[in-house]
Ligand binder design. Structure first.
Ligand code: VGL
Ligand code: ZN
Length: 194
């Protein structure tokens, strides 16, 4: 089944940030390998004047998800640091809409819809279908996709443009199964009509 990109479609790139890449403070092994594919999708959406959203984990320095504050993670994606920046290899156009999440000390959020203007933004742009790539499959991608489905977007998961942390070896695989079971439509490069 080929998918043709249409007016009403948007590309959502989840948390593709330096700290989640090899060399960062919470690296997703192989996270960098999806950047060329994301760039290909960016080119496709941009050429059709379709919205591109980049979400980012954007924590205060004393965030509750950090180990020293009782959370599960090493410090990562501290607002306005190089670790929280998008890698220069990711070719985001100037018109990219940026959504920052988990910005307050006392609350973590894996979904980019959580306490952000993402839903309102997408409504204002008349977006009906979302195409998801980014990091990490079993955390922020999974939880953002779940909310997208709950909010009745037609939700595609770009299987060749996500990557998992895999603390347990099957975490990413299981998350993909969960997303599909909930109604996300798996797609990939070859299935996009160009
Ligand atoms: C994420 C762990 C901690 C993610 C964010 O973006 O998937 N994972 N904070
Ligand atoms: Zn985080």
């Amino acid at each position: 089944m080929k998918t043709r990109l249409l007016s009403g479609d948007a590309l959502i790139i989840v948390d593709l940030q330096n700290d989640f890449l090899p060399g960062g403070s919470l690296p997703v092994a192989g996270g960098n390998t999806i950047i060329p594919m994301l760039n290909r999708y960016i080119t496709d959406f941009h050429a059709r004047r379709l919205p591109i959203v980049a979400t980012r984990d954007w924590h205060p320095i004393n965030h509750c998800s950090f180990e020293s504050f009782g959370g599960p993670w090493p410090p990562h994606c501290i607002a306005n640091t190089e670790g929280a920046a998008f890698p220069t290899a990711l070719q985001l156009p100037a018109c990219t809409k940026i959504i920052s999440k988990a910005t307050t000390q006392s609350k973590d959020a894996y979904s980019a819809f959580s306490d952000t203007p993402l839903n309102e933004l997408l409504h204002s742009l008349n977006v009906k279908r979302l195409f998801f790539g980014g990091l990490a499959t079993e955390y922020c991608v999974l939880n953002t996709v779940k909310d997208a489905i709950r909010f009745h977007y037609v939700t595609f998961i770009l299987e060749d443009a996500v990557c998992a942390i895999n603390q347990q070896p099957d975490d990413g695989h299981d998350a993909l199964l969960t997303m599909k079971r909930l109604g996300a439509i798996p797609t990939k490069d070859e299935a996009i009509e160009r």
